[in-house]
Each structure stands twice: as structure tokens, then as C-alpha cells.
Write a protein that binds this ligand. Structure first.
Ligand code: AMP
Ligand code: MG
Length: 405
């Protein structure tokens, strides 16, 4: 058996980021910047008003009670047709350009119209007040996103604000997913003796999508070597990674193991964790000469889920250019119900639900039966408690918890 960290080094270390491509900004949400994004424009592009009010010269309104002649109205999106001289003002709307001559905006709430063309200011004007200057947000030449940054929704907005239409990024990974097992039923048909309904293909498809990858769903493959081999060889020409579920154990019909041992360069690992002891990682060379990482997950649903989280997901993120948080972050939490285990030389990943208590700390309790076939309790969890080898953790004890999403 090897440690989880050793396995992660092998798997994550064995994957490299894909070749960079230009990506349209609308498709950049959640994706990584491969080269510094430098602004070529100023944001805002001109000095404009932060409020609805009157553009004035501060010197003309040294205290409350000064009256000014109103030259006209400037709306957002319209260039002023006049400049402000001594004793003059212009009605101005939020976002409208500050007219020449004006150096202060008095908000509407601090003014009173005397007649159609005269306004009284009920408060002194400070120089520069309520003016948003050119480039206050971004200046031309600024690095707005350094290489390695992840673009979120606000980031896509920033790209739009600087007129960056495309960004050098990494392609969206195409991940082929298949599940194996003669016992698995995927449609709604009546179960025959020995059959079960499949869950991993459906679950992992959702998990791969949540990793921001495109899924090529190959479905359930029967325990048939020739068929599995031809499917794997074919899909390798049109995907960037392959995830398989099931068939990596020591059983007679563990055909994923048999086939991948023959056609790919594989590492068959046994990790000192529970659940998810077996894991396979390797590389399959496609007919067109590309090297495709293959992640062989165990078939037990909870093991499948946890080994995807701990090994496949970080590697897929690295392939998409991520450098931060490849592995999900962990936090310290207080145990509210005993996390029981026995000493077996392994780290146990127990499914827990965490919420913040009145003490401002994260508190966790297990979500139910912890067997590797018991997916229902896993579905209720929002964290994995990392229970180190020993006798478990009693109520009130502290535990490290990996946050799931
Ligand atoms: P295997 O890794 O193929 O030996 O499978 C281990 C256990 O997980 C067996 O009890 C399988 O029936 C079950 N299993 C394998 N694949 C799936 C799946 N896609 N959905 C639900 N259970 C599965
Ligand atoms: Mg099987």
C-alpha cells in the first residue's frame, strides 16, 4: 500500500496542462488565464458623475446658499455641448461625462431649483466630489489578470469592460467516461436476478461536468474485453482523458484491469485510505499519437466518488491550467457526534455534514452509514472528515474536513 500523498504525486504529477488556445470571453467563466491579460483601454474611459445632481465649479459653491445658472442637462451616453463657466452649472445624471470647467458634482438631494434655469446649492461643494475619474477602475497597461488567475462572472464582466474579446487559456477538457459491469442496468427496466441499477456513470458524469469538463458518456460496457478495448482505442482519438468506473480489483471479470494492462501503461495502486483503496492511473497512446491519461476508479459508488475527488479531479484541474486549490481545501471543525473507527493503518474519509455554530466554528456530524456501497449517506454530505489512524474522534474533538463544493 502507498500513502494517499504518494498516489496524488503519481497521478497529479503524471498530468500536464494542455496546449493553450484563444477562448472567447463568454466562455471564460471558471477558466484559467494562460498569459497576463493587459488592458488596452481605461475604465472608466472618461471622468463621469457618480450621482444624479449638478456639475459645478467648487469655487462657486464655498458654502450653502449659493445660486448658479443652469446651462442644460447631460444624460449618460451623451457628450456635453457646453462648458461650465463662473456662476454656472449643468444638470447631470449618473454616468454622464463631466463637462469641461466643472470640477465637482453636487448631488440632487443637496439642491433646490429656484426656477427653470437657476439652482440653489444647500451644501458646500468639495473639489472633485462625486466625480469618477478616468482609469479609476483599470488603466491602459494594467495587468488585470495575471497568468494563472481563474476568471469568475465578475471577471468576464471586466474582460468586457476592457474590450478583451478573447483570452489565451486552456481548452475545455473532453473527458470520456464509462462504467463496467454485467450486473448494471441503466434504463428503467425491471431488475433481473443479480442485477442492480447503476449509479456511478450518472454520478461521475455530474462530477466531471462540475469540474468544468465536457463529458463523452460512453455508457455501461459489459464485461467483454474485445468490446472494451475497441471502445477505449476509438475514444482516445477524440478525448483528453478517460475515466473508468469498476473492474480494477482482483476479480475474474475485472476487465478494465485486463484490457488497460494490455493497451496502456498503467500503475495499479493500493492506497492506505478507506474507502477507495484501489486506484489505477496510466496513459493510453491514441492512434494519432496523443498520450491520454486514464483514471481507473473502483466500482463501489462511494469509493468511486472519493477517488474521483482525491485523485482524478485535481489532475483534470491541472490539465486545465489550474495551479491553485488543485485538491480541495480543508478546514478544522468540531465533532458533534462521535466519528468512530478502528486502527487499520489507513486514513478514513468519513462523509459529514458541516454547519457553522453560534461559536463561529464549523461543526460536523456524520451523515449515516459509511460503507463504500452506501451512497445515500454520501449524497447528504458537504464534507469529508479526514479521520487519521486510531480510535476515531469523540464529541467536542477537532477534525480536519475537506469541503466538497
Ligand atoms: P467492481 O469494482 O467492478 O468490482 O465493483 C465493485 C462493486 O461496485 C460491485 O458491487 C458492483 O456491483 C458495484 N458497482 C460497480 N459499478 C457500479 C455502478 N456503475 N453503479 C453502481 N454500482 C456499481
Ligand atoms: Mg465489476
Amino acid at each position: 500500500m502507498i500513502s494517499l500523498t504518494e498516489a496524488q504525486d503519481i497521478v497529479i504529477g503524471g498530468c500536464e496542462p494542455l496546449i493553450t488556445v484563444l477562448v472567447g470571453r463568454e466562455r471564460m467563466t471558471g477558466r484559467v488565464v494562460a498569459q497576463d491579460v493587459v488592458a488596452t483601454e481605461f475604465v472608466p474611459p472618461f471622468a463621469n458623475s457618480a450621482v444624479d445632481g449638478f456639475a459645478v465649479r467648487a469655487v462657486d459653491v464655498p458654502s450653502a446658499g449659493f445660486e448658479l445658472e443652469v446651462l442644460g442637462v447631460i444624460g449618460a451616453g451623451h457628450a456635453p455641448k457646453f462648458s461650465i463657466g463662473a456662476g454656472q452649472a449643468a444638470r447631470i445624471m449618473t454616468g454622464a461625462p463631466v463637462p469641461d470647467g466643472a470640477d465637482s458634482i453636487v448631488m440632487i438631494e443637496d439642491t433646490q431649483m429656484i426656477n427653470e434655469s437657476r439652482v440653489r446649492c444647500n451644501k458646500a461643494a468639495q473639489l472633485g466630489q462625486a466625480i469618477r475619474n478616468i482609469g479609476e477602475d483599470v488603466c491602459a497597461g494594467d495587468v488585470v489578470f495575471a497568468r494563472g488567475s481563474v476568471i469568475n462572472a465578475a471577471g468576464v464582466g471586466v474582460l468586457a469592460s476592457i474590450n478583451a474579446r478573447e483570452v489565451l487559456s486552456y481548452p475545455r477538457l473532453r473527458v470520456a467516461m464509462l462504467s463496467t459491469g454485467d450486473e448494471l442496468v441503466v434504463d428503467g427496466s425491471q431488475l433481473k436476478p443479480g442485477q442492480i441499477r447503476e449509479s456511478n456513470l450518472t454520478m461521475l458524469t455530474a462530477m466531471i461536468s462540475a469540474t468544468d469538463c465536457e463529458v463523452i458518456n460512453l455508457g455501461i460496457i459489459d464485461d467483454n474485453e474485445a468490446k472494451l478495448e475497441s471502445i477505449l482505442r476509438e475514444v482516445a482519438t477524440r478525448c483528453d482523458a478517460i475515466v473508468t468506473s469498476g473492474g480494477v480489483g482482483m476479480g475474474d471479470f475485472d476487465i478494465v484491469k485486463i484490457v488497460l494492462s494490455r493497451i496502456a501503461e498503467m500503475r495499479w495502486m493500493q492506497m492506505a485510505i478507506k474507502p477507495a483503496k484501489p486506484f489505477a492511473f496510466g496513459k493510453l497512446t491514441s492512434a494519432d499519437g496523443r498520450v491520454i491519461p486514464v483514471f481507473g476508479l473502483p466500482g463501489n459508488p462511494v469509493s468511486s466518488m472519493i477517488s474521483y475527488e482525491l485523485l482524478a479531479r485535481p489532475a483534470l484541474r491541472k490539465m486545465m491550467g489550474h495551479t491553485q486549490n488543485l485538491i480541495r481545501p480543508t478546514v478544522r471543525a468540531i465533532v458533534d457526534a462521535p466519528l468512530k473507527r478502528h486502527r487499520d493503518g489507513k486514513i478514513h474519509f468519513m462523509r459529514v455534514f458541516g454547519s457553522f455554530g453560534d461559536d463561529g466554528r464549523l461543526h460536523v456530524r456524520d451523515t449515516g452509514p459509511q460503507g463504500s456501497h452506501q451512497l445515500a449517506a454520501t449524497a447528504l454530505a458537504n464534507g469529508l472528515a479526514i479521520v487519521l489512524d486510531g480510535d476515531g474522534v469523540a464529541v467536542g474533538g477537532e477534525i480536519e474536513v475537506m469541503l466538497l463544493g
